[in-house]
Design a protein around this ligand. Sequence first.
Ligand code: E4P
Length: 217
Amino acid sequence: MKFFVDTAEIDAIAELNDTGMVDGVTTNPSLILKSGRDILEVTKEICDLVDGPVSAEVVATDADDMIAEGRKLATIADNIAVKLPLTWDGLKACKVLSGEGNMVNVTLCFSGNQALLAAKAGATFISPFIGRLDDMSIDGLDLIEDIRTIYDNYGFETQILAASIRSVNHVQDCAKIGADVMTAPPDVIKKLAGHPLTDKGLEQFLKDAAKADIKIV
Ligand code: E4P
């Protein structure tokens, strides 16, 4: 499973990138607002830092304007994935922009039918939002399973990009279901390494290393 980082914070991306954990980055207008940066400038910096796809989202709502914005975003770097909302206009824009050879990430997906439409419109990635469904007491993981089944039934190559991930359990469950990619905030990715038995075991090993006066370099 590929790991994308869901942030527009350069320092956080750089830190995770140093560990080889960053296969791409996703942003959205809310994350750009949080960063306090200009979208074009910060997206360019992210694209320079990371080799994989960097999703940058349009803000227009009609297809022609989405296409114009998508074309402009695509000039930032070769690794831009134009992010479009799952509306009828978004699907029209997806068809045009993917037909021009751009990577397209169709976002705000909340049903298997929406995912089916995005695949038919040529999306590179579909972004089902797990956490926002969980917020409504609907199991977001069921949606990932539904989309996996639908795409496998017909051999669609659109990659399932599990989004709105809020916990380490979401990550493991998505990996078990077979999501192609997951995008999560940096703190969730860092928490994946944690286990209390790792901490406890290390504490004992370090005590014993001190007693044995172990020095390696
Ligand atoms: C994904 O592309 C979105 O930016 C993100 O995962 C949304 O997450 P949220 O529901 O926690 O805001």
